[in-house]
Write a protein that binds this ligand. Structure first.
Ligand SMILES: *Cc1c(COP(=O)(O)O)cnc(C)c1O
Length: 457
């Protein structure tokens, strides 16, 4: 009998997150204070983050224990299943073995509660009364709304306007969990009013929404800000995915030749990949890691490694990362979770050191792949996850050309039940191919040249 699902009992839930910083051949450059261009101090983060998250953000310890109250919430939906995609394999007539880790069974339908729960918990024990945040497609906002409800914290969400309009059900989900949701840019903040003045018709971006959320958070002592991706601690919390997947690949008596995940800021990619990367770095394993981004927002494949702000207004520290420039406005693609101008510092460093690879895929190829997956495996993937599936199909094709059979593991980071308009647009031929105008990119990268510290220029 061919086992399809590799399930772990709750008692096998990993007890620690894995911090890849401990095993990196090259530590990332430090985040900088934009005024002084000096490395930021923990104190400078206190206005927006609670102490435990600041500690994790800067930690170099290999393993960080998951507090029992967080594990208790994780057990509502974790360990998540690892599934062998037999039906997809059959449809592709391939010898490759395809496995996926399914993160869509969480309360909000994606991997995001893995860090939302942890962040809400560390805020709760620090006495935070309210958390502000941004959301793109609404996955992060939903996850944080749910987590805040679990720990009785108020939640205020700035939602990128184009998604607010494209995905009304996401707003209702967040409201159901008790959060307040505003389309961003909004009139509520100084930064929002600035963005609207510059361009009243703007679609909004994650960068703008982050600025609004931070501006609200720094105004009161008991309000903190929470980011759904990019920062080290968000990647850390997601490693629960890969820690489980390692055990599950063991159950399957198999091991991946290639690990694939979509990349917006890098959290679900890191979550699945980093524990396997540890095996490369410490156990001489030889897995490839492929991060997949949209062709319309290709920071890893067409961006530059530079210091840049994480938000549009310039409230965050300067981060050393692959970026398209914080003023870059990606087209209004449906994979809202991937419309971010930069990639996390850790993923950027790994790409620089060629320990991971990056690919860009157009949205039509993504929806073709996602539709095949839905027909064969029965799960309708989130538009973001379709990027990983498109790359899986490319890997299968390459393996065929090379006459090889490969073991492929990818992250099905979420389901697409609240993204039906995206599928409808695809089916009705309303999606267009978006590429990047080199002039636009050149301009937005030129705008951040002045931010570089002397040593990097
Ligand atoms: C947010 C999101 C992503 C992208 O964010 P990362 O931080 O790069 O993981 C991918 N897939 C889904 C389903 C998402 O909600």
């Amino acid at each position: 009998m061919n086992t399809k699902k590799f399930l772990l009992p709750e008692s096998e839930l990993p007890t620690h997150w894995y911090n890849v910083v401990a095993d990196l051949p090259n530590r990332p450059l430090p985040p900088l204070n934009p005024q002084t261009k000096e490395p930021i101090t923990p104190q400078e983060l206190e206005a927006i983050l609670p102490p435990e998250l600041i500690k994790q953000e800067l930690s170099t310890e290999r393993y960080i224990e998951i507090p029992e109250p967080v594990r208790e919430k994780y057990r509502i939906y974790r360990p998540s299943p690892l599934i062998r995609a037999f039906e997809l394999e059959k449809a592709l007539k391939t010898d490759c073995k395809i496995y996926y880790k399914y993160e869509g069974q969480s309360p909000s339908g994606s991997h995001k509660p893995n860090t939302a729960i942890a962040q809400a918990y560390f805020n709760k024990i620090a006495g935070t009364r309210k958390i502000t945040t941004e959301t793109g497609a609404g996955q992060w906002g939903t996850a944080l709304s749910y987590a805040c409800a679990q720990f009785d914290i108020e939640c205020e969400v700035y939602m990128v306007r184009v998604s607010y309009d494209q995905k009304p059900y996401r707003k209702i989900l967040m409201n159901t969990f008790g959060a307040t949701v505003y389309p961003s840019p909004s009139e509520r903040t100084q930064s929002g009013r600035n963005f609207l003045k510059q361009n009243p018709q703007t679609n909004g971006t994650l960068g703008m929404a982050i600025s609004e959320a931070i501006e609200m958070a720094v105004q009161s002592e008991d309000t903190k800000y929470s980011l759904g991706s990019v920062l080290n601690h968000t990647l850390l919390h997601q490693t629960i995915i890969g820690q489980e997947a390692l055990k599950q690949m063991d159950l399957a008596q198999d091991y991946p030749d290639v690990v694939i995940a979509p990349l917006g800021g890098g959290s679900n990619f890191a979550g699945l990949a980093f524990p396997f990367l540890r095996e490369n770095l410490t156990q001489k394993k030889n897995t490839r890691f492929v991060a997949v981004e949209p062709a319309s927002c290709p920071k890893l494949t067409q961006g530059k490694f530079m210091y840049d702000f994480g938000d549009t207004q310039g409230f965050t520290p300067l981060l050393p990362m692959y970026t398209l420039g914080h003023n870059f406005e990606p087209s209004a693609i449906h994979a809202g979770g991937l419309r971010y101008h930069g990639a996390s510092v850790l993923c950027s460093q790994l790409l620089r050191d060629q320990l991971i690879e990056a690919k860009a895929v157009d949205q039509i190829e993504c929806f073709e792949a996602g539709t095949l997956f839905a027909k064969t495996e029965g799960i309708i993937p989130a538009p973001e996850s379709n990027h990983a599936i498109a790359q899986v199909l490319r890997e299968v094709q390459n393996a065929r050309l090379e006459g090889q059979s490969k073991t492929i593991l990818f992250n099905l980071s979420g389901h697409g039940f609240v993204d039906m308009m995206a599928y409808s647009d695809y089916q009705n031929g309303k999606l267009s191919t978006h590429t990047l105008d080199p002039k636009t990119l050149e301009t937005s990268l030129a705008e951040i040249q002045a931010l570089q510290p002397p040593a990097l220029v």
